[in-house]
Design a protein around this ligand. Structure first.
Ligand code: NDP
Length: 500
């Protein structure tokens, strides 16, 4: 025992006994002055922090971004120059499930990356799908409510999901991906990541380009059917954690090919679709993906809570050479992600080791709960700016070129003049017969218990994507639930009730 460290109080004093509570007599009761007992119990009560409202269940690791391509004419970002190697943290997650949810559940996966660049942290907070369910951030809290538990039953509600989706046709593209094979990957290594939003690049000459980021799995896509997932979940709820942790521990480092699509700034006025609409992709034929390098995961965290649970990603973290776009969802996330971390982790969440930049950094934030860093201004007398005491000053060279915006302030109806069907159709046409059948069956399974009027409203959208799409889902509904298309009056009955 001589070479083992001494157990101490958090104040550093040695603890003589960590086995037996202090009591009055052998049989008790316990004395209030046994402060170490109280300290242990009080700390246990405080071990949980609020879990993320979305993306609560996650798995993560460290790695490296290596740039081999040359996109220096588009961006001055140092992390994206040829030959650069940037350390990073990548956290994968499901969206809807709580922290104890099973990993192998059908859901969109988060794909959030923090690049520790020499110019500050750049966070790309993406998903394993290139699009999202809504295009207007006004609808984001409503959408998330449909994915969470019903206030009375405390159960997740397929009725709420399909009610919202059928009333929001912009969700069709993402719903089709979610219900397709790619909606249930085997493990994080076997899926793509997408920055999803349109961001911008800017170069030394002050020119701006629109950009989308893609991370293509080198391991290939591997997915589970619903039946396979049931069997996996029956054996382990932690299949992603096990797979990711073990593969890295075994030295088999997962990799992703990194690509960008680039759109010249003025093209945004010419495309038939809004290139800033998060429910749309940029067709590859119009904007071919350019290979720029490789992302590898090669190190597991030492402490899950400190490094993955406390990791705080926010699209607000950009670096010189990378900027935002008019994408309404991105604009809202720039606010709401950082705000979520202030609530979840505290005011100084960016000072936590996993979130802190790896380059020198200075700011004038002062005081606040858990301020353990003192002052980061560069001089003790410089706690305001401007000052005469050598405190940190602005860096005009980091100035971004102006973002061209115009228009009258109004609430524009985002459902007018938007084609919500062509891109889901292009995707549907990519599927072979087996993929289409699994799509139909996954949708029918997810519609169990949904009232007929909602099902009919959703089927009308599938019909508009492709007649085979609507027909295929109708057939699957009939086989799984005895549902007869159009045979259900608008009563709010479940397909099961209607079939009886
Ligand atoms: P392309 O044929 O050039 O590209 C199709 C892309 O679709 C592929 O590169 C692949 O993207 C992805 N894809 C292929 N099979 C599947 C599948 N089973 N499930 C999900 N995605 C698949 O056509 P477009 O660029 O015109 O896109 C057509 C449709 O493909 C889009 O409407 C969209 O739904 C989907 N898609 C398009 C992407 C894009 O950025 N253009 C990205 C992802 C999907 P990847 O190489 O990323 O795996």
């Amino acid at each position: 025992m001589a070479d083992r460290p001494t157990l101490t109080t958090t104040a550093g004093a040695p603890i003589p006994d960590n086995q037996n509570t202090m009591t009055a007599g052998e049989r008790g009761p316990v004395l209030l002055q046994d402060y170490q007992l109280i300290e242990k119990l009080a700390h246990q009560n405080r071990e949980r922090i609020p879990e993320r409202v979305v993306h609560a269940k996650g798995w993560g690791a460290y790695g490296t971004l290596k740039i081999t391509g040359d996109i220096s004419k588009y961006t001055k970002a140092k992390a994206l120059q040829p030959g650069s190697e940037t350390p990073l943290l990548l956290r994968f997650s499901t969206v809807a499930g709580e922290q104890g949810a099973a990993d192998a559940e059908r859901d969109v996966r988060g794909f959030a990356i923090k690049f520790y660049t020499p110019e500050g942290n750049w966070d790309l907070v993406g998903n394993n799908t290139p699009v999202f369910f809504v295009r207007d951030p006004y609808k984001f809290p409503d959408f998330i409510h449909t994915q969470k538990r019903h206030p009375k039953t405390n159960l997740r509600s397929p009725t709420a999901m399909w009610d919202f989706w059928s009333l929001s046709p912009e969700s069709l593209h993402q719903v089709t991906i979610l219900m397709s094979d790619r909606g249930l990957p085997v493990a994080p290594m076997f899926m793509n990541g997408y920055g999803s939003h349109t961001y911008s690049f800017w170069n030394d000459a002050g020119e701006r380009f629109w950009v989308k980021f893609h991370f293509k799995t080198v391991q290939g896509h591997k997915t589970l059917t619903n039946e396979e997932a049931e069997s996996v979940v029956g054996k382990t709820r932690e299949s992603y954690q096990e797979a990711l942790f073990n593969t890295i521990e075994n030295g088999e480092f997962p990799k992703w090919k990194v690509q960008v699509q680039i759109m010249p700034e003025l093209d945004a006025e010419k495309t038939p679709y809004n290139p800033f609409d998060l429910t749309k992709v940029w067709p590859h034929a119009d904007y071919p993906p350019i290979d720029i390098g490789e992302l590898e995961l090669n190190r597991n965290p030492e402490n899950y809570f400190a490094e993955i649970e406390q990791a705080a990603f926010s699209p607000s973290n950009v670096v010189p050479g990378i900027g935002f776009s008019p994408d309404k969802m991105l604009q809202a996330r720039v606010f709401s992600y950082a705000d979520a971390h202030r609530y979840r982790l505290g005011t100084h969440y960016e000072a936590l080791p996993v979130n802190a930049p790896r380059c020198p950094y200075h700011h004038y934030h002062k005081d606040g709960q858990m301020n353990f860093f003192g002052q980061k201004t560069g001089n003790v007398d410089a706690y305001y700016e401007p000052n005469s005491f050598g405190g940190a000053v602005e860096q005009p060279a980091a100035k971004e070129p102006p973002l061209k915006i115009s228009g009258d302030a109004d609430r524009y109806n985002h459902r007018v003049g938007n084609d919500d069907y062509s891109q889901p159709r292009a995707l549907f046409n990519l599927f072979d017969d087996g993929q289409k059948n699994r799509l139909f069956n996954n949708i029918a399974a997810a519609m169990a218990g949904v009232p007929g009027e909602i099902i009919e409203r959703q089927l009308a959208h599938f019909d508009k994507v492709h007649e085979d799409y609507g027909a295929g889902v109708r057939q699957a509904l009939k086989e799984q639930h005895g549902y007869e298309a159009n045979a259900i009056p608008v009563t709010g009955k479940t397909p099961q009730e209607a079939a009886e």
